[in-house]
Design a protein around this ligand. Structure first.
Ligand code: FE2
Length: 199
């Protein structure tokens, strides 16, 4: 008899509710977990005083966090802005840098903002039906540029990848996605400082 974890299984993705019909872990990230990440700190502090609102949620299917396994789940970024900057995820490098990730966009509109430790950067559009391949070494953050709709993506990444949030918390991403004259615009982050330059 095989161990229970090795039996194939299925699960459903509910759209437009943006949930999985089965999941093991539900992560809720609120405004207060994004300290220092938004450019407009004044707006950030003012919003936080008002309400520590939910920015995004992640529903995870638990599997052993080892090479050979795949971790899957649903990421739901809610619509909204801090100042002119759209709601976004914390963003991370994988602890094991040489690991990739696939995102499949199911609902909404937005961007994946990415960069490497070497300072290369890329921004790709997310919309329903688009698949994004994030190669090894690229940090990634999803940004919801819709005024009223959740950005929902399904993700798959290697079990041993791990998350390094600290590097991004310190240096930020090189690009910001802001609203300008009713449209989304990708701009340089004036506060971005490359890891190498800080040394
Ligand atoms: Fe990732």
């Amino acid at each position: 008899m095989k161990k229970k974890q090795d039996i194939p299984f299925t699960f459903g993705v509910n759209i437009p509710d943006a949930t999985l019909d089965k999941y093991d872990n539900h992560i809720i990230r609120t405004l207060s977990s994004m300290q220092g990440q938004y450019f407009d700190t004044e707006s950030y502090e003012a919003m936080l005083l008002e309400d520590d609102q939910v920015l995004y949620e992640v529903f995870e299917i638990k599997r052993p966090e080892i090479a050979g396994e795949l971790l899957t789940g649903l990421s739901v970024v809610h619509p909204g802005k801090v100042g002119d900057e759209f709601f976004m995820t914390k963003g991370h490098f994988h602890t094991v840098l040489e690991t990739a990730e696939v995102y499949y966009c199911l609902q909404g509109e937005g961007y994946m903002v990415m960069e490497t430790p070497e300072g290369d950067w890329a921004v790709e559009e997310l919309r329903p039906g688009r698949v994004l391949y994030v190669p090894p070494r690229w940090a990634h953050r999803s940004v919801n540029s819709s005024a009223d709709e959740d950005l929902v993506t399904f993700f798959v990444y290697p079990g041993h990848a791990g998350h390094d949030y600290g590097t991004i918390e310190e240096q930020g991403f090189r690009n910001l996605v802001v609203e300008k004259n009713g449209r989304s615009k990708i701009i340089d982050n004036p506060r971005w400082r490359h890891q190498e330059e800080r040394k």
